[in-house]
Design a protein around this ligand. Structure first.
Ligand SMILES: Cc1cc2nc3c(=O)[nH]c(=O)nc-3n(C[C@H](O)[C@H](O)[C@H](O)COP(=O)(O)OP(=O)(O)OC[C@H]3O[C@@H](n4cnc5c(N)ncnc54)[C@H](O)[C@@H]3O)c2cc1C
Ligand SMILES: *[C@@H]1O[C@H](CO)[C@@H](O)[C@H](O)[C@H]1NC(C)=O
Ligand SMILES: *[C@@H]1O[C@H](CO)[C@@H](O)[C@H](O)[C@H]1NC(C)=O
Length: 526
């Protein structure tokens, strides 16, 4: 079957950001009483940071710097609550000074690395608020230590930088993280980070061995000086909550010199529903070298695979474990691992140089939601799901199978709790192209989510923090501190029982709740 709009789809998937949910109400106490002493903040900051790294709303470049990684047109609007200042640090000392001056003069900061947050929380506020943005995009240094297969990478790098430079260093090393090259390291690692090697090597933070973070006192800490609780929290506990992570040390992982990719399309007429029904049980129990994910859209399912081996070894495995899919020699594309990181999201014409490209010419509006599935969904329900995928305004469903390494790590080992017994993750992606077109896709996304409730995890209904969704709830602020009770509503969906431990660590490292946004971890003091 011909690949329907495959390239367009792939490009869209790496170019979209999400929309916000407009109807959020806040208690009056959450509104800022008065603007902080902003001139004092600025004069404090200019003692340590060169004025050429500071932008105020009247700077000519303010607009282009702010918009540089806003990929969601919905937020590129006059109605968006934007920062008073943008700071573009080039070294850790600039971040330390920003936090120290911000604490002293009552200026909150939000941090942005790659700007992919689906709700835009790294560069806008959902309610009226005075704040500054620390934009990490000038800090993207990466150094590889081949002798012990480790690397240090700054938060402002993008995933494509890690993939490109690791692949260039040696075709035998790699790093397991997300699928789109423009995703920022800082936000992605802060929420966990998974991609096509999750079954072999787990998620990104399972392979992070050290980090440098600026805490709420403006002090620069490493793993040793921050301690193991703090180090646990920053590896997946969600962005913004615990400080500004400057850089991360990675354990690189071995890969064979050749890997195999396939993308096969099966329509409803080709038995797509039977295939998906079987995939639910097959994909999470395959050998760890093979990941087969699904994109369900319209009347089609795209089965997309990365196999850490050759086509010659893949075909007999497919023949014995999933013969119904009918994967043939002609479907196999063999390439280096680094080439696969360009090929999978950007298509056959992409080159490894495209991994370094930080600009994207496709902009759109989007709404994203996520679910987790532990019990196979019956075939009759998949038939209904496909009637949903045919409705006006329908988005797509991306399904990533778990099992093997990601599921072998205990739920409490990192803040990311979606591991043992998990069959797969679902991401619902709805997108549209103009301000007026939002109604049908937004409605579809909420209706679809309501329909899926009986078939996904319950108590709590789990969700992935990197697929940020303000529909799940937002913090209430009382006495200038986000409340634990309001945070639990969304927080246990993202973190299950780990939420409580995160909140206790927050109380230790940031008791005044300086680092906060609509879904930051609130402090728990008792
Ligand atoms: C096109 C696209 C594809 C995606 N594909 C995947 C995928 O394959 N796998 C996956 O797991 N996720 C995926 N995601 C989700 C992605 O992992 C998250 O949006 C992630 O948070 C983005 O990181 P960022 O640095 O680009 O975002 P930002 O918007 O800069 O940051 C996100 C959050 O982290 C905070 N933050 C940013 N930098 C720091 C820092 N240095 N220290 C502390 N907090 C920080 C921000 O304040 C914000 O709260 C995708 C998103 C998009 C838009
Ligand atoms: C790897 O080597 C570097 C430089 O020699 C060192 O800083 C780092 O701690 C080593 N890492 C491990 C995991 O041994
Ligand atoms: C980077 O990507 C943009 C958008 O796709 C494209 O217009 C531009 O030519 C690319 N730049 C390079 C150097 O390839």
């Amino acid at each position: 079957m011909a690949p329907p709009r495959s390239l367009a789809l792939a490009l869209l998937l790496c170019a979209l950001s999400a929309s916000c949910h407009a109807s959020i109400s806040y208690p009056p106490s959450a509104m800022p009483a008065a603007a902080p002493a902003k001139d004092d903040f600025l004069s404090c900051l200019t003692k340590s940071v060169s004025p050429r790294l500071l932008y105020t709303k009247s700077s000519p470049a303010y607009g282009s710097i702010w918009a540089s990684t806003v990929r969601n047109l919905k937020f590129d609007s006059d109605k968006t609550v934007k920062p008073l200042y943008i700071i573009t640090p080039t070294e850790a000392a600039h971040i330390q000074a920003t936090v120290a001056c911000g604490r002293k003069h009552g200026m909150r900061v939000r941090v942005r690395s790659g700007g992919h947050d689906y709700e835009g929380l790294s560069y806008r506020s959902a309610k009226p608020e005075t704040f500054a943005v620390v934009d990490m995009s000038m800090m993207r240094h990466l150094s590889i230590n081949g002798r012990n297969a480790t690397a240090w990478v700054d938060s402002g790098a993008q995933l494509g930088d890690i993939y490109y430079f690791t692949g260039k260093y040696t075709p035998r090393l790699a790093f397991p993280a997300g699928v789109c090259s423009t995703i920022g390291v800082g936000g992605h690692f802060s929420g966990g980070g998974f991609g096509m090697m999750l079954r072999k090597h787990g998620i990104a933070v399972d392979n992070v061995i050290d980090a440098k973070v600026v805490d709420a006192n403006g002090i620069l800490l490493d793993r040793k000086s921050m301690g193991e609780d703090y180090f646990w929290a920053i590896r997946g506990g969600g962005g913004e909550s615990f400080g500004i992570v400057v850089s991360w040390q990675l354990k690189l992982v071995p890969v064979p010199p050749k890997v195999t990719v396939f993308q096969v399309y099966r329509g409803l007429k080709d038995g797509a529903i039977d295939l998906i029904t079987k995939w639910q049980q097959v994909a999470p129990s395959l050998p760890e070298d093979l990941m087969i994910r699904i994109m369900a859209m319209g009347d089609t399912a795209m089965f997309e695979a990365l196999f850490l081996g050759t086509c010659k070894d893949l075909l007999p495995l497919m023949g014995s474990r999933f013969p119904e899919l009918g994967v043939k020699q002609a479907d196999c594309k063999e390439m280096s691992w680094v080439q696969s990181t360009a090929y999978i999201p950007m298509g056959a014409s992409a080159t490894v140089n495209d991994l370094l490209n930080r600009t994207s010419n496709i902009k759109a509006f989007g709404k994203y939601k996520s679910d987790y599935v532990k019990d196979p969904i019956p075939k009759a329900v998949w038939e209904k799901i496909y009637t949903w995928l045919a409705k006006p305004g329908a988005g797509i469903m991306i399904m990533d199978p778990y099992g093997a390494k990601i599921s072998s790590i205990p739920d409490r080992a990192t803040p990311f709790p979606h591991r043992q017994g998990m069959l797969f993750n679902i991401q619902y992606v709805s997108y549209w192209s103009g301000e007026a077109g939002s109604a049908a896709p937004t409605q579809w996304s909420r209706d679809m989510y309501a329909f899926m409730e009986p078939y996904v995890t319950k108590n709590p209904r789990q969700a992935y923090v990197n697929y940020r969704d303000l529909d799940l709830g937002v913090n209430q602020v009382v006495g200038d501190i986000s409340t634990y009770e309001s945070g639990r509503v969304w927080g246990e969906k993202y973190f299950k029982c780990n939420f409580e431990r995160l909140a206790r660590i927050k109380a230790k490292v940031d008791p005044t709740d300086y680092f906060r946004n609509e879904q930051s971890i609130p402090p728990l003091f008792k």
